[in-house]
Design a protein around this ligand. Structure first.
Ligand code: FAD
Length: 399
């Protein structure tokens, strides 16, 4: 039996997850009042192209296409939610009472200490203003050799900047994929003409550059902090929601408050598949989880338990990652990591017991589709077959 639908739904956060929620609610048959509140002055847009095509100067506008007539939603842009209390969202301009609420407020970049000017790469405005400064010869210091730092360095060197990437860890991408795998990408920086300084912590950002933890000084015309993001949840203080690393939601994307859901970068959902809470900060989550959320909000009982997927484009290479390797007990290479005969085709495969739990592929797009299915199935894999890049990943699955 279908539940009675809420009369008023408010969605806070007009990014991909917020917009997709509104779309899915309408396509799922919701006919009540729908309000989408977004802090930015722009209509919802896509973020992955910001560090790629926008910085490269190929694209200026990444607005997400949607059919506004069929959404029939009140879209309130340039309006920031400041508190949630007793079935009402208060913003800097109004109050929005609701019967159901979806929180999709995303994440914000972490700032570095120091009083000097620092920039970030999170919004379209960030990307457009940064691009204007990425002129030939400009000395750019990027702090953090993670996904965003690597993509920014790629674009900046392509625009003729002198780029130095400063990373506190032992290898690029050491946080997301571990130092052993991340180390394979270190050579890409030098090949591209980017200086990479590993094991180098930053003390503070100052006028004219970076003060380094070892007492050194790195002069720079422009400093960009690319040291990660934190869920945008400060406005929920005192709301009664459980917020640790993100708003805690169950497998149905419900918070502990009745009728309140959370989705996208701000939400930490429970994954039965991986046996832990996850907040992947992946575009694919913001794209797909809203369909599950909308179905549940309208009376369904669907679990969101994906095999997470992420991609990154850096230094002319496409990296794709599926799964979650945090529970893995070992990693094996598929193919020879690094360039062979001028081409790069390899993967890192993480296993827990005899099951594949994650795979990072460089130049092997077909591996990703197949690995996703193998991880989903939970089948045991034959390690020797998996390690052979000439055999399809699916052949490694036993049974
Ligand atoms: C430069 C860049 C490149 C990326 N590249 C990739 C990639 O290659 N592959 C990949 O998988 N992922 C990538 N990502 C990550 C991906 O874009 C995010 O996972 C995705 O955008 C998350 O969507 P979201 O809707 O949850 O959050 P967001 O996109 O952050 O949207 C949240 C929105 O809520 C608004 N908001 C926040 N607080 C409030 C408030 N209090 N009131 C009202 N509105 C509020 C924000 O202003 C924002 O517009 C990239 C991200 C960035 C920044």
């Amino acid at each position: 039996m279908r539940r009675v639908q809420p009369e008023r739904i408010v969605v806070v956060g007009a990014g991909l997850a917020g917009l997709r929620t509104v779309e899915e609610l309408r396509s799922g048959g919701y006919r009540g009042d729908l309000t989408l509140v977004g802090a930015e002055n722009r209509p919802p847009y896509d973020r992955p192209p910001l560090s790629k095509q926008v910085l490269a100067g190929v694209v200026d506008d990444t607005t997400l296409r949607t059919d506004h007539d069929s959404l029939a939603a009140t879209i309130r842009l340039g309006e920031t939610a400041v508190s949630l209390d007793d079935r009402v969202v208060r913003t800097d301009r109004a109050e929005h009472p609701f019967d159901a609420l979806v929180i999709a407020t995303g994440a914000r970049p972490v700032a570095l200490p120091g009083g000097g000017p620092q920039r970030f790469l999170r919004t379209l405005d960030d990307a457009l203003s940064l691009r204007r400064l990425l002129v030939p010869g400009a000395r750019l210091a990027v702090v953090g050799a993670g996904w965003i730092g690597a993509e920014l360095a790629t674009a900046a060197v392509g625009r003729g900047c002198q780029v130095t990437v400063v990373e506190a860890g032992p290898a690029p991408l050491a946080g997301p994929v571990g130092a052993e795998v991340g180390a394979i990408t270190a050579g890409w920086y030098a090949q591209a003409g980017v200086e990479l300084r590993l094991g180098q912590a930053v003390r503070s950002v100052e006028d004219g550059g970076l003060s380094l933890a070892d007492g050194g000084w790195l002069p720079a015309d422009l400093v960009v902090a690319a040291v990660g993001v934190r869920p945008e949840v400060g406005w929920l203080a005192g709301s009664g929601l459980t917020v640790a690393d993100g708003i805690e939601v169950d497998a149905y994307l419900r918070t502990a408050l009745p009728g309140v859901y959370a989705v996208g970068d701000c939400a930490a959902f429970w994954s039965g598949r991986f046996g832990r809470r996850m907040r992947p900060e992946h575009w694919d989550v913001a794209l797909r989880a809203p369909a599950v959320l909308a179905a549940n909000l309208l009376g369904g009982q669907e679990r969101y338990d994906p095999v997470p997927y992420f991609w990154s484009e850096q230094f002319g290479r496409m990296l794709q990652y599926v799964g979650d390797h945090r529970g893995a007990d070992r990693m094996i290479w598929r193919g020879s990591p690094g360039p062979v005969g001028g081409r790069e085709r390899w993967a890192a495969c993480w296993l827990a017991g005899d099951r594949l739990v994650a795979l990072l592929a460089v130049g092997l797009p077909r591996d990703i589709t197949q690995a996703r299915r193998v991880i989903e199935s939970g089948a045991a894999v034959d390690q020797a077959l998996l390690a052979d890049p000439d055999r399809p990943v699916r052949d490694a699955a036993r049974g």
